[in-house]
Design a binder for this molecule. Structure first.
Ligand SMILES: [Zn+2]
Length: 189
């Protein structure tokens, strides 16, 4: 086995180092209906580390998830935003699910994998207005009547995907008004 290596700067020892992702930093944003908490802007070393996760680096994902635990709490129910089946099969795992499981084991939260994508990866390569218009791409596998949950993803760009997931969860009865991500791609929005 290879030793863990920082996804941001290649330093040996951990999947993400304190230089690339400083601890105790939190950023806030909002979408139409959600408060979004993040650890970083999607740029520089933090972006490089997230791209390493997207490339299949489990050690980086595990370490990023442990950092996300700072935004979680015991008993919190985390719902990861699912990636498409095709990308999952290329990578061998679901990035947001890996982040959620790592964050949950480090914080005492619970992971609920109830969302799946119905249509392909429709967001990629589309313009901003098309992304904002996309709806109904997710389905929820069970009733969540009265269950309070928090969405979790790697990056938020426009927030359209988070809104879409939140709408799907609410249609299943869940209460959802928060999301947690590693990085904000358009901070301040
Ligand atoms: Zn680093």
């Amino acid at each position: 086995m290879f030793p863990p290596q920082c996804g941001g700067c290649d330093r040996i020892g951990t999947g993400i180092c304190d230089v690339c992702l400083p601890a105790d930093r939190e950023m806030l944003s909002t979408t139409k209906s959600l408060h979004v908490r993040a650890l970083a802007s999607y740029e520089g070393q933090a972006r490089r580390a997230i791209l390493a996760l997207k490339d299949g680096r489990r050690d980086v994902g595990g370490a990023l998830g442990i950092r996300l635990a700072a935004l979680c709490a015991t008993g919190m129910i985390l719902v990861p935003v699912p990636t498409t089946r095709s990308r999952k099969s290329v990578r061998g795992f679901d990035g947001a699910e890996l982040l959620a499981r790592s964050a949950a084991s480090a914080s005492g939260a619970t992971v609920l994998c109830v969302l799946s994508q119905v249509a392909g990866d429709a967001q990629r390569g589309r313009g901003r207005s098309a992304r904002l218009a996309a709806r109904g791409r997710f389905r929820c596998s069970r009733s969540l009547a009265g269950v309070r949950c928090v969405l979790l993803d790697d990056v938020m760009t426009t927030g359209a995907t988070l809104e879409d997931c939140a709408a799907t969860l609410r249609a299943s009865g869940a209460i959802v008004d928060h999301a947690i991500v590693i990085a904000l791609s358009e901070p301040g929005r």
